[in-house]
Design a protein around this ligand. Structure first.
Ligand code: SER
Length: 339
C-alpha cells in the first residue's frame, strides 16, 4: 500500500519554507519533498520523506510515484527571473521541462489512485510584459488577460507553464469523461514579489525589497539595484502561503481561471527604503541602478487586479504595507538576527 501524501518541489526555497511549516502544523499531512538542496534540519524534521534530486530527473519522480499516493502537488521549484537571464537554456530546461515532468507525474498519480491530483503552481507578475514606462503608468491594475507578453525567459516559462497546466487539466478531463480515470486539477496564482522575514531570496528581480530589509536588520550597507520610483506589487510571505492553501481547498466548480492575480501592497522602492529607515535607524541604504534588472521590473505591472481571486475563492491578504512591516517583518527579523 502506498502512503497518501502531498509533494512539494523546490521545498528548501522561500515559499517551501513557509508552506512546510504551515502544512506540518496539525501533524496530519504526510509531506514528501523534492529539491536539489537539502532542507534545513529544523524543516527536515517536519517532513516524512526528503528526496534530494532534480525535477528534471524522472527516476527520482518514479521513486516517489512507487512509494506515495500523492493527491496534492505544490510545484515550487524554478530558476527565478534574474538568474534565468544568465542561463536561459538551463532555465528553460528546469522551469519548463521540469514542470512538464511534474504534470506527467500528477497525471500518472491520478490514474493510479483514480482521483484528481490538485496541482498548485506559483506563476508570477513576470508573466506580464508592459512595453514602456508610459504604458505602465497608465495601465493601473492589470487584469490576468492583459499584457501577456513577458520580456524574460522566466516570464515566458511561467506563462507557458500556465498554458501547459491548462492543457493537462482539459485534455485529461476529456479522457476521464471517456472513462479513463484520472486528471490533473491545475490551479495557479500569479504571485507579486514575496517578502519573507525568515529567508532571503536569491536570483529574483523583486529581491531589492527583501534585501533592503534584511541588510538593514543585519546592520549592513545596501545599494538598491532599481530606481527610487520603481513600483511593483509585493506580498508578505504568510499571505502567499495562505493563498496557495486556500486555492488548494477551493471548490473546483467555483474556479473559472487558470491563473489568478494576487495583490497586497505596491510601494515604490523609495517608499520601502523610507519605511526600512524608520524601522532600523541609522541603516545605510543607497541606490546603484543595475540597468538590466531595472529593465526587467520596468516591464512588470505597478499593480494588479485581483478581484477574481477575491470573488471566486475568497482570497484576502491580511497584511497591507504598514502591517507587513509592523506586525510581521520587523518583529520576526529583529528576533531572528538577535539570536
Ligand atoms: N520574485 C520573482 C523574481 O523576482 C518573480 O516571480 O524573479
Amino acid at each position: 500500500m502506498r502512503r497518501p501524501g502531498v509533494l512539494i518541489t523546490g521545498a528548501s526555497g522561500e515559499i517551501g519554507h513557509g508552506l512546510i511549516e504551515k502544512l506540518a502544523e496539525d501533524g496530519a499531512t504526510t509531506i514528501v519533498t523534492l529539491d536539489v538542496r537539502a532542507l534545513e534540519p529544523s524543516l527536515g524534521r517536519m517532513v516524512h520523506r526528503e528526496v534530494t534530486g532534480s525535477i528534471t530527473d524522472n527516476a527520482a519522480l518514479d521513486r516517489i510515484l512507487a512509494e506515495f499516493d500523492i493527491d496534492h502537488v505544490y510545484h515550487l521549484a524554478a530558476y527565478l527571473s534574474t538568474r534565468s537571464e544568465f542561463t536561459p537554456v538551463t532555465a528553460h530546461k528546469v522551469n519548463v521541462e521540469g514542470t512538464m515532468n511534474l504534470l506527467e507525474f500528477a497525471q500518472k498519480q491520478s490514474e493510479s489512485h483514480g482521483r484528481p491530483v490538485v496541482f498548485l503552481y506559483p506563476s508570477s507578475i513576470a508573466a506580464y510584459g508592459l512595453p514602456d514606462l508610459e504604458t505602465k503608468a497608465k495601465a493601473g491594475k492589470v487584469r490576468e488577460e492583459e499584457y501577456n507578453t513577458p520580456s524574460t525567459m522566466y516570464g515566458c516559462n511561467k506563462l507557458y507553464c500556465e498554458l501547459l497546466g491548462r492543457y493537462y487539466a482539459r485534455h485529461y478531463k476529456q479522457l476521464a469523461a471517456e472513462a479513463l480515470s484520472g486528471k490533473v486539477d491545475f490551479r495557479a496564482v500569479r504571485f507579486p514579489g514575496l517578502i519573507s522575514a525568515v529567508t532571503v531570496p536569491s536570483g529574483g528581480t523583486s529581491d531589492y525589497a527583501p534585501e533592503m530589509i534584511h541588510a538593514a536588520a543585519r546592520g549592513e550597507a545596501y545599494a538598491c539595484f532599481v530606481r527610487p520610483d520603481t513600483r511593483i506589487p509585493f506580498m508578505a510571505m504568510p499571505d502567499g502561503v495562505e493563498a496557495l492553501l486556500t486555492l488548494a481547498d477551493a471548490p473546483r466548480a467555483k474556479l473559472t481561471k487558470t491563473a489568478y492575480n494576487l495583490g497586497a501592497f505596491n510601494p515604490s522602492a523609495e517608499e520601502v527604503r523610507q519605511l526600512v529607515l524608520r524601522s532600523f535607524r541609522g541603516a545605510s541604504l543607497t541606490y546603484d541602478v543595475d540597468v538590466k534588472r531595472q529593465g526587467i521590473v520596468d516591464t512588470w505591472p505597478a499593480d494588479v487586479d485581483d478581484s477574481a481571486a477575491r470573488a471566486e475563492w475568497g482570497f484576502a491578504a491580511k497584511y497591507d504595507f504598514d502591517r507587513a512591516f509592523s506586525e510581521y517583518l520587523i518583529p520576526t527579523i529583529r528576533g531572528r538576527y538577535a539570536r
